[in-house]
Design a protein around this ligand. Sequence first.
Ligand SMILES: [Zn+2]
Length: 277
Amino acid sequence: VTPTSDTTGNNSIAKLLLAFDLDGPTGDLLSSNQIWRYPGQFVFGSYGPHRALPRILDILRNYGLRATFFVPAWVLRTWPKLLQRVAEEGHDIAGHGDRHELLFGKSQDEQSRILATSQTTFRNILGKAAVGYRAPSGDFGRETVRLIEEFGYEYSSSMRGGERPYYHSDSQIIEIPAKSFFDDYAVFAYHRDPNYPVGLDRVASYRQAFSSWMAEIIAASYEGLTIPTIWHPKIIGTPGRAILLDEFLGELADNPKVRILGGDTIAEEFKRGGEHA
Ligand SMILES: [Zn+2]
């Protein structure tokens, strides 16, 4: 394959937005107060902050890598010290709703209330508002772009299907579109009773999943593309997967064709014209 250059001058360098969605047990069951009837589901979610996140932070520190953590405000309020540690270790902590709400289809007042609660929680616990936002489920309407701008966000990594950052129309919000292919739920998530994700009754081979991701990132370097991950600590941070994650990040950290970055840095570079030193 012949490497090509892109319009921003980033010849043959892929940017990997290393993003983890620290959802914890938030979601529809928590929002509707039903989760207490499903202790298994609660524990499945809590495993992320409780057990998997410290393991992932150790791996990142070992390679000197900076990541973005998209975190619902409920998780910040429930594990404040843990998230303060994430901030102290220099990572980008970004918004992901209050209890992982799907904004699409909600009234503007309701959306504003959720975004306000989230930013207030960030200020209270981390001392500053979030710069990045990822819409749970990856959907939002046009009005949401205006609202997230109003609440001080600068970038979003919510949409699917693009391969480079862009500005949302009539807005200063930078979108860093992700790909469902890089969602670890699609290969590794499995919970029974209730079955979740619905229809996925077994997980992929660990090594094959990592090697597919590697193939996409190396190919992205030929075209100078940007790839955000949609990884969840509770899924990718089990002891066995964490060993492969460690290997995977170690290999990429040594690859001069790949830059591993937080979303705030990618947005900043895009704002400045995409160039880097
Ligand atoms: Zn999420």
